[in-house]
Design a binder for this molecule. Sequence first.
Ligand code: ADP
Length: 169
Amino acid sequence: MTTITLVQGDITRQSVDAIVNAANSSLLGGGGVDGAIHRRGGPAILAECRKLRASHYGKGLATGRAVATTAGELDARWVIHTVGPVWQGPGSDPSLLASCYRESLRVADKLSARTVAFPAISTGVFRWPMEDAARVAVETVGDMETAVEEVRFVLFDERAYEAFAEQVR
Ligand code: ADP
């Protein structure tokens, strides 16, 4: 049984087995959550990302996929990097956004992670509307068969928190 919990705050301050990063396909860092994770996690994360680019992920990580690295100095064992889709306007297909949550939890299961923190993937630079992103996130996690015991959504501001709270009611 997976419990969904909601926290308003900074995902880099969480103590969990795995922290999910809203990465970009280059895996080489960016703004938002990605920048915060690399800043607080230190250079070990980027070093592993560079190794991934030099081996199995020569073209980068595809949208909707996920891959794990060390969590460096974060209070977690792993960072799971996933690439959300960019909002293309009404009619945007949510399946790749759902895939981010599914694939991240699949990676978490392979690592035997029991607690996983997610940001609101795609709702920053990638502009996915918060209410729709919250619906996709909560529905997808709720439908998953996983050994993860706690999925913690870490929402940066009150608006994001309220959108997710609306979905778990
Ligand atoms: P994307 O490129 O997938 O849109 P972003 O990192 O730009 O990813 O934003 C995703 C969401 O994460 C946004 O709602 C943003 O406000 C939020 N966010 C930014 N920094 C943090 C942080 N340190 N902890 C938790 N959430 C964050």
